[in-house]
Write a protein that binds this ligand. Structure first.
Ligand code: NAD
Length: 443
């Protein structure tokens, strides 16, 4: 099928590439000319495992094109996807300016019937706004063209996005139009072969489903971080507790890892946006507000452990910091826990030597060059001249360090482990003080 995708970020690029991979004819449109130019040179501007070779193969096969001019791409499409950002507004609500700008563009140039598919995460009622915006532009042109607006929220995970897109758990289609649902069923048929993964529902329920999914996952994380806080105060080890509860299938193993707080481009903004949306509907959100509060507190906790160890004085200290991305296997640093830790360390007069396998370029873009930050090319280089180590992102390569080497490298012989990667005994046996999250022995 002929597909146009607005927005060539983590969602748009991965979706477009996977649709091309199964044989669809895809045009990706982005207003960021530099991004389009890079993609047309064969460079993939984000790090996502497995994505670059797929982009290349489908470009070479002529099924995947990148443009910045939307006009031709709108004429091309049977289906137009909206996959642009929905960042938080000043009050935490989802900012719809990019979504509605795309709707205006579609309305200004649409000549033939089309299904508009909203993949961006948007508040309930947005499909109605998109529909009204397109209709207003068509009316202003005195043109009548049939179109449908479908809610089709995206559930891919950065770091495993290609896999999620090729083998989705579920495909939510929110629409009351049989024709539109049929078009999406045909589009997704290659991803829907061994069982029916498609869940059809009304538009508003589909829009809310995405927020509910992310809010549920964020709730699990904040719950576990609160248990970690309790464990720390009562002298228990949250890692033991995690194993004790995860084995209950009603609870499960996923998303019960305590840590340095959730980040990324989705959970923080989606929890906030859901809560603001609820309030606009006069609905209280005690649980969601607590989830957010716990997360805010948790993001400061690693630094509190550092302060506690040093008696509140870290001025002049140098910290090796492993991991900048908000989670492993991505270069995304939006709302990453590392950002808060860095700001706090700098504010207290400390210096940082940092290493991340993929996110250093993004960190350079955010922080630039500064005297109190050194970007290192390896985890070992980050240790040179460091007093202590802080681990913020659980990249696999940080999981089994040579503790004898750490003992030799770290002047103050202390590790602050924001992801509970290490066993306290293992670290302490090596002669290094250890602080984890929710490990009662660390107070
Ligand atoms: P992103 O910031 O990586 O990419 C958005 C892209 O849209 C940018 O390249 C930007 O230049 C482009 N854009 C903005 N306005 C445009 C316009 N008028 N025309 C064409 N392109 C335009 O965003 P993302 O992470 O891909 O997220 C997109 C949406 O999907 C958001 O609503 C997000 O909440 C949702 N989502 C994201 C993820 C994720 O893991 N990143 C997962 C599921 C859902």
């Amino acid at each position: 099928m002929r597909v146009t995708i607005f927005g060539t970020g983590y969602v748009g690029l991965v979706t477009g590439t996977c649709l091309a991979e199964v044989g669809h004819d895809v045009v990706c449109v982005d207003i960021d000319q530099a991004k389009v130019d890079a993609l047309n040179r064969g460079e993939v501007p984000i790090f996502e495992p497995g994505l670059a070779p797929l982009v290349q193969a489908n470009r070479d096969a002529g099924r995947l094109r990148f443009v910045s001019d939307p006009v031709e791409s709108i004429g091309h499409a049977e289906l137009i996807f909206i996959a642009v950002g929905t960042p938080p507004d000043e009050d935490g609500s989802a900012d719809l300016q990019y979504v509605l700008a795309v709707a205006r563009t579609i309305g200004r140039h649409l000549e033939a019937p089309v299904v508009v598919v909203d993949k961006s995460t948007v508040p309930v009622g947005t499909a109605d706004k998109v529909r009204a915006t397109i209709a207003a532009e068509l009316a202003a042109r005195g043109t009548l063209v049939e179109f449908e607006v479908v809610a089709n929220p995206e559930f891919l995970k950065e770091g495993d996005a290609v896999n999620d897109c090729m083998r989705p758990d579920r495909i939510i289609i929110g629409s009351s139009s049989d024709e539109a649902i049929d078009a999406l069923r045909r589009l997704y048929a290659p991803f829907n072969r061994n069982r029916d993964r498609i869940v059809e529902m009304d538009v508003r329920s589909a829009e809310l489903t995405k927020y509910a999914a992310n809010a549920m996952l964020a709730t699990k994380i904040s719950f576990m971080n609160e248990i970690a806080c309790i464990a720390e105060h009562v002298g228990a080890d949250v890692e033991m507790v995690r194993q004790g509860i995860g084995s209950d299938p009603r609870i499960g193993w996923h998303f019960i890892y305590p840590g340095a707080g959730y980040g990324g481009s989705c959970f923080p903004k989606d929890v906030q946006a859901l809560s603001r949306m609820a309030r606009q509907g006069n609905c209280d959100t005690h649980l969601l507000d607590a989830v957010e509060t716990v997360n805010q507190l948790q993001k400061g906790h690693l630094f509190e452990l550092v302060q506690r160890h040093y008696g509140g004085d870290i001025a002049g200290k140098t910290f090796a910091l492993w991991g900048l991305a908000f989670k492993p296997n991505t270069d995304d640093m939006r709302e990453a826990a590392s950002r808060r830790v860095l700001e706090q360390l700098w504010a207290a007069g400390a210096r940082v030597r940092t290493y991340d396998p993929e996110a250093s370029a993004e960190a350079r873009r955010i922080f630039g060059e500064r005297d109190d930050l050194v970007y290192c090319d390896s985890d070992h280089e980050a240790l040179k001249g460091a007093d202590a180590l802080i681990v913020v992102t659980e990249w696999k390569q940080f999981r089994s360090p040579d503790f004898a080497r750490l003992h030799a490298a770290l002047a103050d012989r202390v590790i602050f482990d924001g992801r509970n990667l290490y066993h306290p005994d293992q670290v302490e046996t090596a002669g290094i003080a250890y602080y984890g999250i929710g490990r009662g022995r660390s107070i």
